[in-house]
Structures are given as structure tokens and as C-alpha cells.
Write a protein that binds this ligand. Sequence first.
Ligand code: KG4
Ligand code: ZN
Length: 332
Amino acid sequence: MIILSVESSCDETAVAVTRGREVLSSEIFSQVDIHALYGGVVPEIASRNHIEVISRLADSAVSHAGISKTDIGGVAVTYAPGLVGALLVGVNFAKSAAYALNVPLIPVHHIRGHIAANYIAYPELEPPFLCLIISGGHSLIVDVKSYTHMEIVGASRDDAAGECFDKAARVLGLGYPGGVQMDKLAKGGDDRKYPLPRPVLTGSKYDMSFSGLKTNLINLLHNAQQKGEEIDKPSLAASFAAAVSDILVPRTAAAAKEKGYDKIVIAGGVAANSRIRRDFEMVAKKEGFTLYAPPLSLCGDNAAMIGCQGYYEYMAGIRGDTALNAFAVKGI
Ligand code: KG4
Ligand code: ZN
């Protein structure tokens, strides 16, 4: 079945055409340059820009896929979690499209979509597996039991890993979005120069915390400024990436081992981070896991991943109707 899919949960407007795991076209309009002026995403501006480009993007996704609109068998859309105003643009567009084409509407959870980016990249990958999703809004260790049945094993109790990279980049004067810039800056640095915390939480082996790490970096910078000391920025960025990775990688590997899985999957924008990828490759080699990490083009927000997950939701009987709403927060 051919699915038209829509993603508008944050600052990327995206529309794709997929058939199962096969991507026929994938269009993304990134608003990054617009929000960079403000140092972060401005929700109202995001919604307005989604409205302006979404129809044109859908037309071009259909034409690049080489199909006609009558070939579309379903419309999948991200309905949660994200910025509500932004989500509503996609949800209402998808409702109208499904109604006009007289095909089913398929609501898709954004985080499930990120996981499905790996189904596109690895045709042989099937659940069950352990997945770490690290994005601008979430850090989750998830037991993916089947394509549509999953359970959260661990989560950040405060900031998400991506948010933490973005804030660190901001105080280092690197601009928005900061994750990629932090990654680049860290390349020439000594990852052991600045000792940063790797907090352990009571109550759960797999829950995580990033806010203390972020505050530590901010305090370190301010103290240096007050004393007139020079900061070795590449080494600070490298030490920071090492700390984030040390919070994420051992927990994920331990959870996979406890669940008896030999497959570890990583997903989300922060899964593009070179230090985290390298550490996962090392732990996979050492402990005998097969690691699945999406290509960089599929780590960030896109609609192809929503279409791919939409296919599995559709097969599981999930349908939306004209009452479908958008939610800022929603369990996986
Ligand atoms: O999944 P995503 O595109 O959007 C959300 O669903 O949030 O993730 C965006 C996040 C941002 O915080 C961005 O700075 C971060 O992913 N990111 C990175 C890298 N590339 C993107 N963080 C660290 N290293 C990277 N290479
Ligand atoms: Zn995302």
C-alpha cells in the first residue's frame, strides 16, 4: 500500500510517499535558518511556516514519487508528541487529504517514527530489539517488542540529550541548532581534559539525568570567564560529548543484556553524534551486539519514517478519524 505521510512536530515540515519500507519520495523543508535568528524554535513561527509550505511539499512528494494521487492508499501523520500548534498543521492537512482521497487516516507517534527510520535503512531489521531514542525532546530506552507494542525501560528525568547539546552550544557561542556544531568542535579536543558528571539516579538503573551536566558546563564557563582564564573549547566539547555518551551507552547495553536482546538500535537527531556512534560500535563489538544506527539523513525529523511506521500501524488496525487531535506529550 502506498502511504502519503506528513511530519510537522517541530521545525521541519516534511511530506513523503512510501510503500512499506520503501521510500518513493521524501521532501523536507527545514526552518532552521528562520529559528536560528532567535537561538531556538519559536512555536508560533514554526506553525506559520508549516502552513505556508505544506501543500506545495505534498504536491512535490507525489510528483517526485512518480505516482498519481489516486494511487495513495492511506495518509499517515505525526499527531504527538511535539509543539501542539505545529502538530495541528500536519494533522489537519492529513485529515483533509485522507477525506478528499477517501482513504484511511493513520495517526503515528513521532518517537515510533524515529525507531522506524531504521526499518528503512535496514530491510532485514525486525523487532524485538532494544532501542535508544535520543532527540531534541526525548531520551528514551525502549523495549521494542513488536512493530506496534513497546515499553519504556528508562528515560531522562529532566532535559533531553539533544536539548542539553543545544544549551551547551549556546553558552559556547556556537548558535542554533547546536548539536552538530558541538560534534564538529569536539573533533580536535581532549575528551578527558574537563571532568564532567555522569549522574546515577536512585530508583531506576536505566533512567538518566542531563540537567546537572548542563549546569556544570555553564558554571565551568562562567568561573573561567570571571577568573579571566582561557577555555579550551574543543576539549570542553569533547569532554561534554564523552559525558553524554557515558550516560547513554552503558545503560542501553545493560538494558539490552537484561532483556536478552542481541540487537541494539539507536534513533533520533542525537544518534548522528559521532562520539555516541563510536562508543556504541565499541560496546557492540566487545559485547557481541549487532548495532543498527540510521544514516545521518534519517536521524533527524523526516516524513519517510512516519510513513514507514504508519504502514505497521495500519497493519495493526490503527485508524484516525476527523476527531484526531494533536498532543504535546503522549506515552509511546
Ligand atoms: O530528532 P530531532 O531531529 O528532532 C526532535 O525530534 O527533537 O533531534 C534534534 C536534536 C537537536 O537537539 C540537535 O542539536 C541534535 O538532535 N543533533 C545532534 C547532532 N545532530 C543533531 N546532537 C549531537 N550531535 C549531533 N551530530
Ligand atoms: Zn524528532
